[in-house]
Design a protein around this ligand. Structure first.
Ligand SMILES: Nc1nc2c(c(=O)[nH]1)N[C@H]1C(S)=C(S)[C@@H](COP(=O)(O)OP(=O)(O)OC[C@H]3O[C@@H](n4cnc5c(=O)[nH]c(N)nc54)[C@H](O)[C@@H]3O)O[C@H]1N2
Ligand SMILES: Nc1nc2c(c(=O)[nH]1)N[C@H]1C(S)=C(S)[C@@H](COP(=O)(O)OP(=O)(O)OC[C@H]3O[C@@H](n4cnc5c(=O)[nH]c(N)nc54)[C@H](O)[C@@H]3O)O[C@H]1N2
Ligand code: SF4
Ligand SMILES: [Mo]
Length: 735
């Protein structure tokens, strides 16, 4: 059989690498980085190669499952939908929409099928109990960006290819491959930056892989970033280093920002963050002096009590040093499609609103249309009107990925009905009554909706399925539209094509008005997500505007250029976008959003606990679900507790340690590591595959432990609702 070559964008992390997948008939015979890819230029990591394992994984679901007498049995799609109609709809109708919760997990951000269609399900469901991985992750950054720049996805990112000085906090792109910063081959880019004289400073309680290849590592106390960033901001004002440059006429609230940081001199903050005052002042001076600098913070800065404050301070520093929106600084991407900050009137807008609803039990405010995922269990377990009695999960595994995992498992057991859209029977979906499987990534088309809005360089790429989906298996957007139809009272016997036609018509009407028929006619060759992509590309900033700009982009052009040979369309380096990118009501950058400034009052300079627990990621792992792929599972055990050797000695730790927090305890295998600061221990998340009923043959062999069993589901950043995942006080003893 001939070997064929296919271009495929990897959907497994934010780097969005272009791959070359070689097939022989129905078999994958090789996966490598696509050398000509305009964006990733041949880069890939072991997870990309493991797409073959994922495609072939015998545990990956290929048919719907229905639970009968406590056991899953394979079912047809019609049977599965009939079961959903019979069991979900009564809960929803009789107890009200809030009784049915929805949780959306990380892979949904990587799939146009899910990202573009899940909002339709949210609307059809009408429940306030919508949760997602966003409140375990980046909600603080989205909130601060929304308040400062007017839109949730207007997030500045380092222009690394032209940057001279990069201050990075709480991120490990050497392993994570970047986050809220789509930057494949960080290693190569960091190396190039240093080779041309640039300097990288990494702030992290662990000497991470990223710190190891930087010029300087500052071992901060977990949770100490707000104090450090405040100390730096204070120094900029104190020493007259603030220089807004071109931004001066585009900001509001400079005096308020100065007043807000005034109490936080480095000499005050040092005791709370563990970074000496003279170092804080030096970093401030270096940042101010660098010709082009950027400050970037990620998971370690978001998943703390002061996640929103941290996220704001990162961009405040970018503005105060004149580095926001300038080449080599922290810039905004301009995505070809789907970016709200390229739509509507440029330069100002409605801004953002939070708190339109509150959670029933804790009163946690809605942010970006959702409630904190950490209130999900209490909403299920607390009786009363509006109690959650049923759940739909979409690519979400909260039993392993959210704090209080064991409590979530218990809560799921108490539900009247649970539906999962997923590809495995895992720690969460084992509780479902019906599971509807998605496709293998190699059977799916791919277009990145979110990540071009966060890319270090602008680009447009598309990839089609490598293999046909098995006959009769719907794509996930079709599954979602059928669910919407059930909720809309249209029953089981629906024409998905017609549902899709109706959905797109209502989308187009919203902006095209009287032109709707003409726009729909122009989109006619496409169906499903492809039609949405064509629409978004054509009305986007590089679009053909339905013929008004004949040289502009549309899906046909992007598809034609998305081959192994051509590697997509390069849209160039980032360009300055202020004021056009702004969507704040004032048309300015808001430097001192009142809710954030008010939260500074809660910051205390405290002594460190005996031990704090932080997380970590591993190259051969992806959150909670890639541990069943042989290529990634092989090698040394990854779920270990990293302990500073001096601490291990003192505590007499040999092979295992008992880790106890206020919320739970577990026993983990100990790995001594001189990269750990004294008093800090690290466990990765997403492990603990040995629960009853989990059907993950490979992952169960070395299940690891669930670090989220140690985390308190009541610990949140009150502004964004984001969970606290790092810097949790623990006790360590030998076991
Ligand atoms: N302690 C601690 N906890 C953390 C973190 C941390 O740093 N520390 N990180 C947090 C972060 S940043 C995130 S994003 C979350 C992630 O946590 P989740 O949002 O729960 O995502 P995953 O763990 O990636 O689980 C993905 C689920 O989607 C399923 N899946 C995979 N592909 C598909 C598909 O194509 N279709 C469908 N329908 N399902 C699919 C998998 O089987 C799995 O059930 O974890 C968070 N949890
Ligand atoms: N291989 C792999 N890649 C992934 C994932 C994965 O699971 N595996 N997950 C993906 C997802 S969903 C996301 S959101 C991204 C996340 O991408 P990153 O944000 O780069 O995530 P991490 O690798 O967890 O790096 C966080 C760093 O913060 C440090 N840290 C912990 N607490 C603190 C603190 O209080 N202050 C400071 N300054 N640092 C702290 C940790 O030691 C760690 O080195 O990665 C994505 N990429
Ligand atoms: S870095 Fe690895 S997982 Fe991420 S997109 Fe590239 S190949 Fe896929
Ligand atoms: Mo994430």
């Amino acid at each position: 059989m001939p070997v064929e070559s296919h271009y495929r964008i990897c959907p497994l992390c934010e780097a969005c690498c272009g791959l070359e997948v070689k097939t022989e008939g129905a078999k994958v015979v090789g996966i490598r980085g696509a050398d000509n890819d305009v964006f990733s230029r041949g880069y890939l990591c072991p997870k990309g190669v493991s797409l073959k394992d994922l495609h072939e994984d015998p545990d990956r679901l290929r048919t719907p499952l229905i639970k009968r007498d406590g056991r899953f049995v394979p079912a047809s799609w019609d049977e599965a939908f009939a079961e959903i109609e019979r069991r979900l709809l009564p809960v929803w109708r009789e107890q009200g929409p809030d009784a049915v919760a929805l949780t959306i997990g990380n892979p949904a951000a990587h799939k146009v099928n899910l990202l573009a269609y899940t909002p339709r399900l949210v609307r059809a469901l009408g429940s306030r109990n919508v949760f997602s991985a966003s409140t375990l992750d980046q909600m603080p950054k989205q909130l601060s960006a929304g308040l400062m720049f007017g839109h949730w996805l207007s997030i500045p990112l380092p222009d690394i290819e032209r940057c001279d000085y990069l201050l990075m906090l709480g991120a490990n792109p050497m392993v994570s491959n970047g986050s809220l910063w789509t930057v494949p081959d960080y290693r190569g880019k960091a190396k190039a930056m240093r080779a041309r004289g640039g300097r990288i400073v990494v702030v992290d309680p662990r000497r991470s892989e990223t710190a190891a290849v930087a010029d300087e590592h500052l071992p901060i106390r977990p949770g100490g970033d707000a104090l450090l960033l405040l100390g730096i901001a204070h120094t900029l004002f104190d020493e007259g280093l603030v220089k807004l440059g071109r931004l001066a006429e585009h900001v509001n609230g400079l005096d308020e920002a100065r007043a807000a940081v005034a109490p936080f001199a480095p000499e005050v903050t040092a005791a709370g963050c563990g970074i000496p005052a003279d170092v804080q002042r030096r970093i401030a001076r270096e940042l101010a002096a660098a010709p082009r600098a950027a400050v970037y913070g990620r998971i370690g800065t978001c998943t703390t009590r002061f996640g929103t404050v941290n996220s704001w301070l990162v961009d405040l520093l970018n503005v105060l040093t004149g580095n926001l929106d300038r080449e080599g600084g922290a810039m905004f991407a301009k995505a070809a499609a789907f970016a709200a900050n390229t739509q509507g009137r440029p330069g100002s807008g409605k801004g953002i609103t939070t708190g339109r609803r509150k959670s029933r039990v804790s009163g946690a405010p809605e942010v970006f249309g959702e409630l904190p995922i950490t209130v999900m269990a209490e909403e299920m377990q607390t009786p009363g009107e509006g109690q959650v009695k049923a759940l739909i999960t979409v690519a979400s595994n909260p039993v392993l990925s959210a704090p209080g995992g064991p409590r979530i498992a218990q809560a799921l057991e108490g539900l009247d009905f649970m539906l999962s859209l997923d590809i495995y029977v895992n720690e969460t979906t084992r509780h479902a009554d019906v599971i509807l499987p998605g496709l293998s990534p190699l059977e799916d088309l791919h277009f990145d909706v979110a990540f071009p809005q966060l890319s270090h360089r602008n680009h447009a790429r598309f990839s089609g399925p490598v293999f046909d989906a098995p006959a009769g298996t719907p794509q996930e957007w079709q599954t979602i539209l059928r669910l919407c139809a059930l909720l809309e009272g249209r029953g089981l016997d629906v024409d998905v094509q017609q549902l899709d036609d109706e959905a797109i018509e209502s989308d187009v009407k919203r902006f095209a008005g009287d032109n709707t028929p003409a726009v729909l006619a122009a989109l006619r060759p496409w169906r499903g997500p492809e039609r949405l992509i064509d629409l978004q590309l054509r009305v986007g900033p590089y679009g053909d505007q339905f013929g008004r700009k004949p040289d502009g982009l549309n899906l046909a052009k992007v598809k034609a250029a998305s081959t192994v040979e051509a590697g997509g369309i390069d849209l160039g380096a980032l360009t300055a976008r202020i004021p056009e990118v702004l969507r704040t009501p004032s048309g300015k950058i808001e430097l001192a959003p009142p809710s954030i400034v008010a939260d500074l009052a809660a910051i205390k300079v405290e002594a460190a606990p005996a031990f704090s627990l932080i997380g970590r990621r591993d190259v051969r792992s992806g959150n909670s679900w890639m541990h069943n792929l042989p290529l990634l599972a092989k090698g040394p055990e990854r779920c270990t507790l990293l302990v500073n050797p001096g601490d291990a000695e003192r505590l007499g730790l040999v092979e295992f340690a008992r880790v106890r927090s206020a919320a739970g305890e577990l026993v983990a295998r100990v790995e001594r590591s001189a990269d750990m600061s004294a008093g800090v221990v690290s466990l990765p998340h997403g492990w603990g595959h040995d629960l009853d009923g989990v059907q993950l043959g490979v992952a169960r062999e070395r299940p690891g432990v669930n670090m989220n069993a140690l985390l308190d589901d009541a610990a949140r950043d009150p502004l964004s609702g984001n969970a606290v995942l790092s810097g949790v006080a623990v006790q360590i003893t030998a076991a």
